[in-house]
Design a protein around this ligand. Structure first.
Ligand SMILES: Nc1nc2c(c(=O)[nH]1)N[C@H]1C(S)=C(S)[C@@H](COP(=O)(O)O)O[C@H]1N2
Ligand SMILES: [Mo]
Length: 327
């Protein structure tokens, strides 16, 4: 018999309300270091004062209107995921991510920059407004969701390190923690770790591109890429690398995990394009998760839009490029 495992309870639900608010107020004021004191535990247990999964965040309205389609339910957004570090099935990230510890967290920004930095996630959250970014998301597997992200423009984060004029691309690395990530240990691992992604610098600096730190007004759950992941809404979902540890400015096109695995099926650009079929299936339509049918089948199909509906904003980035070759 296996031992009973209690469900994860976010700290926001087990901390007395007045202390919780006090802690958030401190964090909002950029006094995260004082937060341990506010909880009444010693600073030697600073861990107790860090953020936790599913904790409420103070957000501000973002600059883009919400898509016309309804938001996908919180239940579906958190129970139908791709995150191969926890296994290859859609239910694996939810079921197998309980050991992953996203806080405390630091990430590096380096490469072709004036000021390489190691940034603490809690500091990051006090440094920038946390914007509501309700985006259509389209997976290469031809399903889609509408997700109310909470994010920070990637450009704001990149600019902290002052990129050199010679930088042309941005490379991203995910986390390697086989002890906490069952998909990274044992036989039959689906890919090489860390998970890798890349963008052109102008794509990375585009105002639609964000680092998401939450969704539905709360910090990310592990299965969605806690504590920080990339969101590029005009590209297929696989560009949205989760649990980022490293951001590197470079002058060479960076490798990306899906392209390394299967270059004939997954390119560098991965712009949503209904006119360029995946070699094994059409990209002309998509199954809307949560609208009719079950999570894992059936459901309403709608036509997929060029650049996932964000063409007015991003088409100019690709002027003159053959998008059937640069897929
Ligand atoms: N580190 C990492 N990031 C990843 C993946 C992954 O396996 N590992 N899968 C990608 C794919 S294929 C998709 S569709 C999206 C899914 O994000 P969601 O589960 O939050 O909807 O995450 C992307 N980011
Ligand atoms: Mo995907």
């Amino acid at each position: 018999m296996s031992a009973y495992k209690p469900p994860h309870i976010p700290a926001s639900e087990i901390t007395p309300e007045h202390i919780y608010l006090n802690r958030r107020t401190l964090l909002a004021a950029g006094l995260a270091a004082g937060a341990a004191f506010a909880t009444g535990v010693g600073s030697d247990t600073a861990n107790a004062a860090t953020l936790s999964q599913g904790e409420a965040l103070k957000t501000v309205p973002g600059p883009f209107p919400a898509p016309k389609r309804a938001e996908t339910s919180y239940q579906d957004v958190t129970h139908y995921n791709n995150f191969y570090e926890f296994g290859v099935r859609k239910s694996d990230p939810f079921e197998n991510s309980g050991d992953f510890q996203p806080y405390p967290w630091t990430f590096e920004i380096g490469g072709m920059v004036q000021k390489p930095k190691t940034v603490d996630i809690e500091t990051l959250l006090t440094q920038f407004p946390l914007e509501d970014r309700i985006y259509r998301m389209r997976c290469v597997e031809a399903w889609s969701m509408v997700i109310p992200w909470v994010g920070i423009p990637l450009k704001s984060i990149i600019d902290m390190a002052e990129p050199l004029g010679s930088a042309k691309y941005v490379a991203f690395e995910g986390v390697v923690r086989p002890k906490e990530m069952p998909g990274q240990r044992g036989f039959g691992q689906p890919m090489q770790w860390p998970y890798l992604e890349g963008l052109r610098l102008d794509e990375a600096n585009h105002p639609l591109t964000i680092i998401a730190v939450g969704l539905y007004g709360k910090t990310l759950l592990n299965q969605n890429g806690a504590p920080m992941r990339l969101v590029v809404p005009w590209k297929y979902g696989f560009k949205g690398i989760k649990s980022i540890t490293k951001i590197t400015l470079t002058d060479k096109q960076p490798p990306n995990s899906w392209n390394l695995l299967q270059p004939s099926e997954y390119g560098f650009y991965a712009n949503v394009n209904p006119n360029v079929p995946h070699p094994r299936w059409s990209q002309a339509t998509e199954r809307v998760i949560g609208e009719g049918g079950g999570l894992f089948g059936g459901g309403q199909r709608i036509d997929t839009q060029m650049f996932n509906g964000y063409g007015d904003e991003v088409a100019s980035l690709y002027a003159g490029m053959d998008l059937t070759k640069n897929y």
